[in-house]
Design a protein around this ligand. Structure first.
Ligand SMILES: C[S@@+](CC[C@H](N)C(=O)[O-])C[C@H]1O[C@@H](n2cnc3c(N)ncnc32)[C@H](O)[C@@H]1O
Length: 166
């Protein structure tokens, strides 16, 4: 697949912007999106400081970016869904932004895989507390395992889907 335009949702102060920039080449574009003004300013400085002239960073909610539909060959996001309530909004928006035949790629974690062997009482207590706090804040720390199904249920269901191991 030739990638001419890509978007990174929840790019933070750096995210994958440099990797995407190098991957798509100078004649293509990378759009970074983050809700935090501070992260946007830092990402813009990072892009400028590294000569990433094909990178633009904007402030927006990844669940409702205001960007045009079907505008990107690749829409990607890393460690955003596991940090926000209502992650399905972002999945829908990513699918909306990808052009037909384009790709949506999420890089997420699942706290079910956060284990300790040999067992540690302190570790079990710590992870239990983390899970409780995320639940109380509407955050799904088991989002990773649900992503293939969320994408299957999306309007992109006609496209191939792959769940890659971490
Ligand atoms: C854990 S950081 C990951 C940053 C980057 N993706 C990386 O992997 O380095 C999560 C980022 O998502 C951003 N974020 C949180 N909620 C968001 C939303 N609704 N829309 C866009 N960005 C959001 C935060 O400001 C933060 O920069």
């Amino acid at each position: 697949m030739t990638t001419r335009s890509s978007a990174e949702l929840g790019c933070g102060p750096r995210g994958c912007l440099n990797l995407l920039s190098a991957r798509v080449g100078q004649s293509s574009s990378v759009t970074g999106v983050d809700i935090s003004a501070d992260a946007v300013a830092r990402a813009q400085a990072f892009a400028a400081g590294h000569g990433l002239s094909n990178v633009n960073v904007m402030r927006a909610d990844a669940g409702s970016t205001g960007l045009p539909a079907a505008a990107f060959d690749l829409v990607t996001s890393r460690l955003l869904l596991v940090n926000i309530p209502a992650p399905a909004r972002v999945v829908s928006e990513a699918v909306r932004l990808a052009r037909p035949g384009g790709a949506v790629a999420f890089h997420e974690v699942d706290w079910g895989a956060v284990i300790c062997d040999p067992p540690s009482t302190a570790w079990t207590e710590l992870t239990g507390l983390y899970v409780k706090v995320t639940e109380e804040n509407g955050i799904d720390c088991y989002i990773r395992r649900k992503l293939p199904r969320m994408l299957s249920d999306s309007p992109m269901a006609c496209c191939p889907r792959k769940a890659l191991p971490p």
